[in-house]
Design a binder for this molecule. Structure first.
Ligand code: PMP
Ligand code: GLU
Length: 398
């Protein structure tokens, strides 16, 4: 009775969404909660994109779209890849989905079977390992600590590859760490991968435009592996369009066809209006995107300086995305004023929410149990207030 499948029973809920939900619940009870848990831009979608969506409604874009998305949108993405990334793709190598989250899941479901190994560098975005489980694959976690700026080395990658390795999931700029692989570092990984032709590289580049170090580098630029790279991207972060649900892949033809087939049975093409909005986003210039990135960079600087003032936090300076990921093991094992022990970073996040009314996410869910994730996609005032509360709450731990 009421028994979910073994597949569902083994699945963990998304911790980022759980903490965000808890924060909303406390706020609904009247508490003044500052939410640094969920990763989404706090900006409104740029006006020219909203106008395109309104026009799409008036022009009756209300019918099912082709499963991989309208051709003009896929052409706009092909053009974006050419002009922004110097990468050549054809429109039938692009598959648009309901957010990059579905894109990653489509790819894993399409290529991973029982027992296939997927290399996931940790810290990782919460959903990767759960999606691998859904696909009945085996996660092979490669740990990269703060001392190596949370980035794996070519030697670590090579040591993790076995005859069963089917894929590697790379995320740069990274959620949750904000680390960004340089071109040279990507080349080092590509040189290893070139030796193992059976390994598919899933390159999650959703934070491409939130990058403080200059030009975005994609691992797809290395021709010796390009025919095995699946780029995942979308409009959520760059264009402040998280709720529109529009992500995409640029993939080898056979993987694009597989995702197309899967999506055709599962969800069909993504929302027609969101597609027209995304098309306008990609056809427009990068003025709005660059303005948001500048705001994020300023907030990054503010957040890093605030976090560095917290005793016991070991803070690395993120080069992209909008998260900081301080190492907080100093506080593990300490006792709250109520007498509870903080055993894990998740406990610490819960304590900060209950005591300081600041929502963060414990690193446990990201494969980094000594760290805590804070999103700085919020106003300066809220950031300053949040860190004052965090400092006060942490000072009460014994
Ligand atoms: N990949 C990473 C690393 C993310 O942080 C997110 C954010 N949710 C996604 C993919 C999914 O983005 P989308 O909103 O397009 O589904
Ligand atoms: N990717 C964002 C985050 O990590 C949104 C939440 C989610 O989809 O998990 O917070």
């Amino acid at each position: 009775m009421n028994q979910v499948s073994a597949r569902l029973a083994a699945l963990s809920p998304s911790e980022t969404l759980v903490m965000s939900q808890k924060s909303s619940e406390l706020a609904a009870q009247g508490f003044d909660v500052i939410n640094l848990s969920v990763g989404e831009p706090d900006f409104n979608t740029p006006t020219y994109i909203k106008e395109a969506a309104k026009k799409a409604i008036d022009n009756n874009f209300s019918f099912y779209s082709p499963v991989p998305g309208y051709l003009p949108l896929r052409n706009a993405i092909v053009n974006k890849l050419k002009t922004e990334n110097n990468l050549e793709y054809k429109a039938d190598q692009i598959v648009c989905s309901n957010g990059a989250k579905q894109s990653v899941c489509n790819v894993l479901m399409s290529i991973i079977g029982k027992g296939d190994e997927v290399i996931v560098p940790a810290p990782y975005w919460v959903s990767y390992v759960e999606m691998v489980k859904l696909a009945e694959g085996t996660n092979v976690i490669v740990n990269a600590g703060i001392e190596q700026d949370f980035k794996i080395t070519p030697a670590q990658l090579e040591a993790a590859i076995t005859p069963k390795t089917k894929a590697l999931i790379l995320c740069s700029p990274s959620n949750p760490t904000g680390s960004v692989y340089t071109k040279e570092e990507l080349k080092g990984l590509a040189d290893v991968l070139a030796k193992y032709p059976g390994v598919i590289i899933i390159s999650d580049e959703i934070y491409e435009h939130i990058n403080y170090g200059g030009r975005h580098e994609s691992i797809a630029q290395f021709s010796e592996i390009k025919d095995r790279v699946v780029i995942v991207n979308g409009v959520s972060k760059a264009y402040a369009m998280t709720g529109w649900r529009l992500g995409w892949i640029a993939a080898p033809q056979w993987i694009a066809s597989a995702c197309n087939k899967l999506q055709g049975q599962y969800t069909s093409g993504p929302c027609s209006i969101a597609q027209k909005a995304a098309e306008a986003a990609y056809l427009g210039d990068l003025t709005a995107v660059n303005e948001m990135q500048e705001a994020f960079e300023r907030r990054r600087d503010l957040t890093v300086s605030l976090a560095k003032e917290i005793p016991g936090f070991n803070v690395q300076v993120p080069q992209g995305a909008f998260y900081i990921f301080p190492e907080c093991s100093f506080y593990l094992g300490k006792t709250t004023p109520q007498g509870a022990t903080i055993k894990t970073a998740a406990d610490l996040a819960m304590y900060l929410l209950e005591k300081g009314h600041v929502a963060c996410v414990g690193g446990d869910a990201f494969g980094a149990p000594n760290c805590i994730r804070m999103s700085y996609a919020t106003s300066d005032e809220k950031l300053i207030e949040a860190f004052a509360r965090i400092k006060k709450a942490l000072a009460e731990l014994k």
